[in-house]
Ligand binder design. Structure first.
Ligand code: NAP
Length: 289
């Protein structure tokens, strides 16, 4: 980042809490490398004043901002336009100022897909298993549908939440069928999948000794399968570390984080951004902190 002056343009991320966000680290690293006159700020926004905060971002000429928990759904009502993809996911994580007002998009889907697209697989023969049915799982479902997977299997601990999750996709007309399973049925479906995704926070710092898979379940994962953990701290998580012994290809959440951020920054700056610098800034930061 160069010197901040009266002309420096403002980007940022809104959320609550926001102090643990890694986005300022990677975005400002890219901004510095590109030598552009921008700054990316963490913007802590409390629920009781968050509407005023959005109006404030408009008033000060903010160029664009990321949105994280708990505002990814609510922000949609404040966008003058929302991309078809974000409507399908039901969440916006990237907002850009346009001549018509705020434009909402979702870069989590492309961020999730980026490391998978480097692998050669016949996705039309793979039925992914997604652990968790929260916000991140929604982006993963849309991504797996875009890959062309024939059926997507979603595992959760609450049958009510699973049923609501399944119904929500019928409402938006997702082309891929969604099958939901209770956590107690996981042992039946694990051996059938070549793509296993952890979209729960189980194993996330500071609960680093936890894993969504018990030892008996680890043994059911097919050798050669892809195991993808959305968690980025610790790296690797216990989930991914336990599967390395089973000749599984592992992908961690850091790559998704970097990729979704890079796509957002490209939208705002309308130019290519240095992906490797963004990735390395996070690796350095996480090792130091
Ligand atoms: P969320 O909306 O709170 O959803 C979490 C899901 O996990 C829910 O289905 C929840 O079930 C389930 N869950 C939580 N604890 C569980 C447990 N002990 N046993 C079984 N299921 C459990 O959270 P999210 O936004 O989807 O985020 C999920 C994870 O993805 C987080 O670790 C987050 O950091 C990560 N993430 C990473 C990226 C990235 O760029 N790498 C992006 C987004 C999210 P209930 O509803 O029953 O509680």
């Amino acid at each position: 980042m160069g010197i901040i002056t009266g002309k420096t343009k403002i980007l940022g991320v809104i959320g609550n809490p926001i102090e643990h966000s890694l986005s300022p680290v990677m975005h400002n690293a890219a901004i510095t490398a590109l030598g552009v006159d921008y700054v990316y700020l963490p913007l802590p926004v409390k629920p009781e004043t968050w509407k005023e905060a959005i109006a404030g971002l408009d008033a000060i000429g903010c160029v664009g901002f990321n949105v994280t928990i708990p505002y990814k759904q609510e922000i949609m009502a404040f966008c003058q336009e929302v991309s078809t993809l974000a409507q399908l996911v039901g969440a916006v994580n990237t907002v850009t100022r346009t001549s018509r007002g705020w434009s909402g998009d979702n870069t989590d889907v492309a961020g999730f897909l980026a490391p998978l697209q480097k692998l050669t697989r016949n996705w039309s023969e793979i039925n992914p298993v997604i652990l968790g049915c929260g916000g991140a799982a929604r982006a993963v479902v849309v991504a797996c549908s875009e890959l062309g997977c024939p059926e997507i299997r979603v595992v959760g601990r609450s049958r009510d939440k699973l049923n609501l999750f399944a119904q929500s996709w019928t409402k938006v007309g997702l082309k891929t069928p969604i099958a939901v399973y209770h956590w107690s049925e996981l042992a039946q479906i694990l051996p059938t999948t070549k793509l296993l995704i952890n979209a729960t926070p189980i194993g996330m710092y500071p609960q680093i000794t936890e894993s969504p898979l018990t030892t008996d379940l680890v043994d059911l994962v097919q050798p050669g399968a892809i195991a993808y953990d959305l968690i980025y701290t610790p790296n690797p998580t216990k989930f991914l570390a336990s599967l390395k012994t089973r000749e599984v290809i592992v992908i961690d959440g850091l790559e998704m984080l970097v990729q979704q951020g890079a796509i957002a920054l490209e939208m705002w700056l309308k130019k290519s951004v240095p992906l490797e610098i963004m990735r390395q800034s996070l690796i350095n930061f996480l090792e130091l902190s």
